[in-house]
Ligand binder design. Structure first.
Ligand code: CIZ
Ligand code: SF4
Length: 319
């Protein structure tokens, strides 16, 4: 514990010395989320992280999250130095959608508007007409559908089919999934609900359809935290990465949060719903990259220029 305190103090000192700011995702370790908050950085979803980084005057951003988040920060702030605690922290959605295969898929369907989720590489974003996040994807697809557009969606099949059902849009879906959310189980969740009839169920739409079907609220990480805070209930079952519970408990003190069941978390594993790549972010590697200015994220400037159009479309739509 003393070691941890010393490490946190060292990081705080380094952030000042290096004139850097820390942005952290809701799914990373609580210590990193607290540090980001205490040092004037930001804790949020992937979009807000990038927007905060773009608007912050610091020349160096440290992104505690996964690679596509560092890349998105770089795309929005090409002049800044973007560092990440571990450059191998990736995402199964990003991994499952290689840019060359995706580009061929787009080429085969030239009549479709290409909409990609934030959880993709810079090169995939560069091939897209629109980038969306889970908080705004539904509104943007509804907007495109109203204009009579047919859509090619990638990479998350669960989020895509959820949006398809809600909007009725014509959507061709890439078959990717998140290895964390894909593990939530509908039958077990139904049983857990029966044990806690007073509980409200909060679900991220990267989860399978039979889990989404049991939700009281379906939404992005930020929307789920808001729901926990504002809903008139004291117990919540939460189907998303359990890193979010740190923020939920702080935002809604006195309320009770239960992790939704996954394939593994019955008797043998108490907390399986945690992204292994988010978990690669720690105090030690955070301190090291600040000390050495190592693990810098680079995005090919031309790719960045093409990718920023899809992101800016969404930001303009949201404004
Ligand atoms: O599952 C993820 O990686 C999410 C929800 C990212 C984000 O913040 O949009
Ligand atoms: Fe990707 Fe899932 Fe991890 Fe999010 S939780 S970074 S979607 S693998």
């Amino acid at each position: 514990a003393a070691e941890k305190v010393a490490l946190k103090e060292r990081i705080k000192r380094l952030l000042k010395e290096r004139e850097a700011v820390l942005v952290a995702h809701y799914y990373v370790d609580g210590d990193l989320q607290d540090l980001a908050e205490e040092t004037g950085g930001c804790v949020s979803d992937s979009l807000e992280m990038a927007r905060f980084g773009r608007d912050h005057p610091a020349k160096t951003l440290v992104v505690a999250g996964v690679r596509f988040m560092g890349e998105t920060a770089k795309i929005l702030s090409p002049e800044k130095r973007i560092l990440m605690p571990d450059l191998d922290a990736t995402c199964s959605l990003d991994l499952g959608c290689p840019a060359d295969e995706f580009s061929a898929f787009c080429d085969a369907h030239p009549d479709r508007t290409v909409v990609v989720y934030a959880n993709t590489s810079a090169a995939v974003k560069a091939r897209a007409d629109w980038m969306v996040t889970s908080s705004i994807g539904l509104d943007i697809v509804a907007h495109l559908h109203a204009q009579g557009k047919k859509i090619l969606w990638a990479p998350d099949k669960h989020l895509g089919s959820y949006i398809q059902k809600q909007t009725g849009a014509d959507m061709l879906l890439w078959q990717g999934s998140c290895l964390v959310h894909d593990e939530f189980k509908g039958i077990e969740l139904d049983l857990l609900k029966a044990e806690h009839p007073e509980a409200r169920v909060l679900v991220h739409p990267e989860s399978p359809a039979n889990v989404v079907a049991l939700a009281d609220v379906v939404g992005s990480t930020t929307q789920l935290i808001n729901a926990a805070q504002t809903m008139d209930a004291t117990t919540f079952i939460v189907a998303t990465d359990n890193g979010i519970l740190h923020k939920m408990r702080a935002a809604a003190p006195g309320k009770h949060f239960i992790e939704a069941p996954t394939a593994g978390n019955s008797a043998t594993c108490k907390s399986c719903a945690h992204c292994p790549w988010m978990a690669m972010n720690g105090l030690q590697n955070l301190a090291d990259v600040l000390e050495n200015f190592s693990n810098e994220i680079h995005v090919d400037p031309q790719v960045g220029k093409e990718a920023v159009r899809a992101i800016d479309r969404m930001l303009d739509f949201a404004a």
